[in-house]
Design a protein around this ligand. Structure first.
Ligand code: THU
Length: 129
């Protein structure tokens, strides 16, 4: 499957505008390319009970899975920080669950260029039943 990394990052950036992050003021957006070819975007959604917060990546992945997707090919992550925004440990595990035969590409933006890395760079020896 051909992945337009720029398009996926555009969708992640767009989604970050919907972020509900009054506590951290850190607006994250993510966009997932599913095996079907469809793109699903999500943002971080915080809560007064802080532990209930969901990251942008899991929001996007759960949107995809709840629409019937079972396999994810790429995830773009955008934050307003100058540096790349890398996924947290929980999101890495959730991504790994939906990795199929093709290794997931993880795209980040350091505001000069996009970085494309593989799932195994972020989570080697991942757990799956
Ligand atoms: N956050 C994400 O949405 N994705 C990441 O990859 C890192 C962290 C969110 C969670 C919380 O709303 C805020 O960023 C600060 O941790």
């Amino acid at each position: 499957m051909i992945c337009d990394y720029n398009l996926l990052m555009d969708k992640a950036r767009e989604a970050s505008k919907m972020s509900y992050s009054p506590f951290s003021k850190f607006a994250v957006g993510a966009a997932v390319l599913a095996k079907s070819g469809k793109i699903y975007a999500g943002c971080n959604i915080e809560n007064s009970s802080f532990g209930m917060t969901i990251c942008a990546e899991r929001c996007a992945i759960f949107k995809a899975v709840s629409e019937g997707e079972k396999e994810i090919l790429a995830v773009a992550i955008y934050s307003p920080n100058e540096d790349d925004c890398y996924p947290c440990g929980a999101c890495r595990q959730v991504m790994y669950e939906f990795q199929g035969e093709e290794e997931i590409s993880i795209i980040t933006d350091n505001k000069s260029n996009l970085n494309i890395r593989k799932m195994s760079d972020f989570l080697p020896y991942g757990f799956k039943i």
